[in-house]
Design a protein around this ligand. Structure first.
Ligand code: HEC
Length: 157
């Protein structure tokens, strides 16, 4: 009897742990990630890196101006590589400060070990994702900064 109860409790705990872990971080797919960054943990409430605050001038292909929001896992990573679960959301603006797109990098364990395990996605302002996953374009350019974990705008100290 007690064994059965203990077994049941272990089962329950495993279930709760699994579901809470799932609720915490999205899978490596654009829909879950969009849900996460717009509803579960709205990125506009995240931090900026200390060395990249607010709106800044940027380079092609990302648009003239940008704001880069980072979640806590990203912000708290003090040495390369970033912690798994790190998400970087870059708002891409044109010269007239109109928001054109979001480009996002999300660090997912075992997603793409050859290139820093980053899940890349470009969203329209309405959340339509294209491209996403391991786009050659994003990766080949960001690889120039592979020794800074593929990130351009933040240098580890
Ligand atoms: C031709 C080079 C190039 C390509 C292609 C490119 N990026 Fe970038 N990316 C940059 C540069 C340079 C920056 C630094 C910010 C800036 O200059 O606008 C940057 C910054 C970023 C950032 C902010 C974090 C950082 O690295 O500083 C994210 C997120 C990002 N890019 C995502 C993407 C995604 C997603 C794609 C593909 C859809 C992509 N990038 C394609 C060059 C590129």
């Amino acid at each position: 009897m007690t064994k059965k109860i203990a077994g049941f409790m272990v089962l329950c705990m495993t279930f709760f742990m699994a579901t809470s872990a799932m609720a915490e971080m999205p899978g490596s797919n654009p829909k879950e990630l969009w849900e996460h960054i717009t509803k579960t943990s709205p990125y506009t409430q995240w931090k900026f890196w200390d060395d990249h605050q607010g709106m800044q001038e940027g380079n092609e292909p990302h648009g003239s101006l940008n704001k880069v929001y980072v979640n806590d896992k990203t912000y708290n990573s003090t040495s390369a590589p970033f912690e798994y679960g790190a998400i970087v959301v870059k708002e891409n603006y044109n010269k007239k400060k109109k928001l054109m797109a979001l480009t996002v990098m999300y660090k997912v364990k075992d997603f793409n070990p050859k290139a820093g395990d980053w899940f890349y996605v470009r969203y329209t302002t309405r959340g339509k994702a294209k491209p996403y996953g391991k786009p050659k374009g994003c990766i080949s350019c960001h690889s120039a900064n592979a020794d800074n974990d593929y990130i351009f705008l933040h240098e580890f100290e």
